[in-house]
Design a protein around this ligand. Structure first.
Ligand code: ATP
Ligand code: MN
Length: 467
């Protein structure tokens, strides 16, 4: 038979001219038919749709056809012809090679409609389902959208380290990195561990954020963003927290809080628009299967300005709601950190619109946030989204050396650990701002999935690091 190179199914389904001979390779989703003709749905991951392969049973060896079962990998050569069915075209098979069989008795993805919980247990195979194919293609698209957004605005992609020896941010929730023999740990007379002989000669951990390093970069390159994995050993088993997640952290010299809010809003809108422009087939599927308001919600976010509101005003609204009979699990009062239920009340019930909450009490925010003149609040901004709660956390940074060191001391951050960070305020300091967006929280929003474990290929959560 003639030699033809493989074409991706996404390409085949788009073609207007029907080339006579094509080669498709992929995994069998279903096979049905009768003793004369078989119909195979073949999927290669290039798009949601499978292509239909029509097999004239008389032309093929019975032994070969028997091996074509759900999950098997095959290569098909044949004619691409116009189809009477739902799709524009189908392949009339002339030659089929079975590249890899899948035993029907043990292949776990036999029928459609497995629960998401079951699919998490077979995370190594779930990309073969329509749902995870769609989610993973969208995950890729959001990564591209992020780079596109920042690159076009003159930001530089900056690689902050994964291993860090400063734990000023994540006290208590960091994963330690060590080469010490845990079976033979030497402690000194006070019972503390001596890190002198450890790999780095001091206590080291996986980073919880690349922000401090991004600030150094912003104070030289002007505008940068990081986009990489971050780690938090927080023992919270929620649908919105992972122990390993990806974070996008832009940091911009000379930006004040207002410009930081503009950037955050433009950034999310760019990503949402990208999804609508480039992922419609997958979006429509997720909309129909999981979240009937998904596409409507994405369009809504795109078309409306986010509400901007000080924390103090937000708390007033929540207190009024409580006075009018609204029940929350956690208490609300000025000074309290907002729980997800509070954030979602503001967004979903009160404003029915994304909200950027600003000027939080300094006690519940980090030492590096710019202090307001009231002496009580800092220039923090959290972007709160429907179904998600906090999707972005950011702030204008304190650029004044004295104020910053005083606040660090008050909050128990040792100066010796951040001497390099303080140097930016010592030498040519300037106003600057930035924020962190949880990549998987963005994915929850654009895919309509409701559990963060279902928008990352291999989720890491408490007691779970399989695959
Ligand atoms: P939360 O209050 O939801 O736990 P946070 O205030 O601890 O979040 P930040 O330190 O502000 O989060 O991190 C910036 C962003 O990173 C958050 O807005 C969120 O989108 C994301 N994020 C934080 N923690 C996690 C996590 N454990 N898993 C996934 N994303 C996270
Ligand atoms: Mn936050």
């Amino acid at each position: 038979m003639e030699k033809i190179s493989r074409t991706r199914i996404a390409e085949l389904l788009k073609s207007d001219t029907f080339v006579s001979s094509v080669n498709a390779k992929g995994w069998v989703r279903t096979k049905r038919g009768n003793k004369n003709v078989n119909f195979i749905a073949l999927n290669d991951g290039s798009c949601l749709s499978s292509i239909q392969i029509v097999v004239d049973v008389a032309n093929f060896d019975e032994e070969i056809l028997k091996k074509i079962t759900t999950g098997a990998c095959i290569s098909v050569k044949g004619d691409l012809v116009e189809s009477q069915g739902q799709q524009k075209c189908e392949i009339h098979a002339k030659e089929i090679e079975v590249l890899g069989e899948a035993d029907p008795n043990t292949y776990p993805l036999q029928k459609k409609g497995h629960t998401l919980e079951f699919l998490r247990e077979i995370a190594h195979l779930r990309p073969r389902t329509n749902t995870f194919g769609a989610v993973l293609r969208m995950r890729h698209n959001m990564a591209i959208a992020i780079h596109d957004f920042f690159h076009k605005r003159g930001f530089f992609y900056f690689h902050s380290p994964i291993i860090t020896a400063s734990d000023c941010e994540g006290a208590g929730q960091m994963f330690q990195v060590t080469t010490m023999n845990l079976y033979d740990l030497k402690k000194d007379e006070n019972g503390s561990i001596n890190y002198d002989n450890d790999f780095f000669g001091k206590q080291a951990s996986l980073t919880v954020s690349g922000q401090l390093e991004a600030e150094l970069a912003a104070m030289s390159l002007g505008a940068v963003y990081t986009f990489g994995p971050t780690f938090r050993a927080e023992n919270s088993n929620t649908p919105r927290h992972l122990a390993e997640f990806w974070m996008v952290e832009p940091e911009v010299a000379f930006n004040e809080i207002e410009e930081n809010m503009d950037l955050a809003e433009d950034f999310i809108k760019h990503c949402v628009k990208w999804a609508l422009d480039n992922c419609m087939e997958d979006l429509q599927f997720l909309n129909d299967m999981y979240d009937k308001e998904l596409i409507e919600r994405l369009n809504f976010v795109l078309k409306n300005n986010f509400i901007r509101l000080p924390y103090t005003e937000g708390v007033k609204i929540l207190e009024e709601a409580v006075a009018n009979g609204k029940k929350f699990e956690f208490p609300i009062f000025w000074g309290a950190d907002l729980a997800s239920e509070h954030e979602r009340f503001l967004v979903e019930e009160h404003f029915k619109c994304p909200v950027i909450l600003t000027d939080y009490p300094k006690e519940i925010k980090s030492f590096y946030m710019k202090q307001n003149e009231d002496g009580k609040t800092v220039r923090a901004m959290d972007v709160l989204f429907p179904k998600i709660g906090e999707i972005i956390g950011g702030s204008q940074r304190e650029e004044n050396l004295d104020k910053l060191t005083t606040r660090a001391k008050e909050m128990g951050v040792p100066e010796k650990d951040i001497w390099w960070y303080l140097d930016t305020r010592r030498f040519g300091t300037a106003p600057h701002s930035g924020f962190g967006l949880g990549f998987e929280r963005l994915l929850l929003f654009v895919t309509g999935m409701s559990n963060i474990r279902d928008v990352i290929p291999f989720p890491r959560t408490p007691k779970n690091a399989e695959f």
